[in-house]
Ligand binder design. Sequence first.
Ligand code: HEC
Length: 194
Amino acid sequence: MHRKFNALSSTILTLLLVATGWAENPSSLDSYQKTGRFGELWGDGIPIHIDAVAMERGRTRYMANCAICHGMEGTSSGGPTDITSLMDPRVRMQPDGELFDIITNGRKKMNGFSPALTDSDRWKVVAFVRTLQHRQNQASGTAPIPLPTAMANEMAAIKQKQPPTPVKNSPASNQRKTTLKNDNETKASHLPEG
Ligand code: HEC
C-alpha cells in the first residue's frame, strides 16, 4: 500500500520535473534558490541543506529581524500595522517559495529583507518558521523552542528529502499577486539587520 503510493508519487514527481524542464535544466533550481519560483509557479521545498547549524542561523536571523513584529514564537498579530500571525492557516499553506519571496521582497505593509539577509539566510528563516508552525500543530504554543539539533531533525521529518518542486499557485496567492501590483501602501519600516 505504502510502496505503491511512493512509486506513484515518485512517478508524478518525475513527470512534473520533466514537464517543467527541471530534470534537464538544473539552472532552474538555481533560479528557484534565488526567487522561490519555477517560472510563473511558486516552488515548494527548501533548496539548501538544513542541519543544526543552519537551523540555529535561521533562528538567530528570525530573532534579530522578525521577532520584533511577529513575536518570538511567530504568534503576534494585529497592532497598528496589522501584523499577520505566522501561525495563520493561510501562511501555513503558502508554499516555501512564496514564504521565501515574502521575506525577500516584502508584502503589502511589510518590507523585504534583501539584501539585509542573504538568499541562504532567508531560506534558513523559512526553515525556522516552518518548524515553528509544525511545532505549534503539536503543542499549543506553550512548549519552549527546542534546541537547533532537535529542530533540524524535525525539519527533516516534515520535509522528506525531496528536490524542490513547482506547485500550482493557490487562488489566494494569484489574487495577492494582482493586489501587489496595485499596492503602494506605506510599508512598515523594519530595523536593519542586527
Ligand atoms: C516591522 C514589522 C515587521 C517585521 C520586522 C517583519 N514583518 Fe512580516 N509582516 C509585517 C506586517 C505588518 C505584515 C502584514 C502585511 C499586510 O498584510 O499588509 C506581515 C506579514 C508577514 C507574512 C504574511 C504575508 C501574507 O501573505 O499575508 C509573513 C509570512 C511574514 N510577515 C514573515 C516575516 C518574516 C519571516 C520576517 C523576518 C525576516 C518578517 N515578517 C519581519 C510586519 C513585519
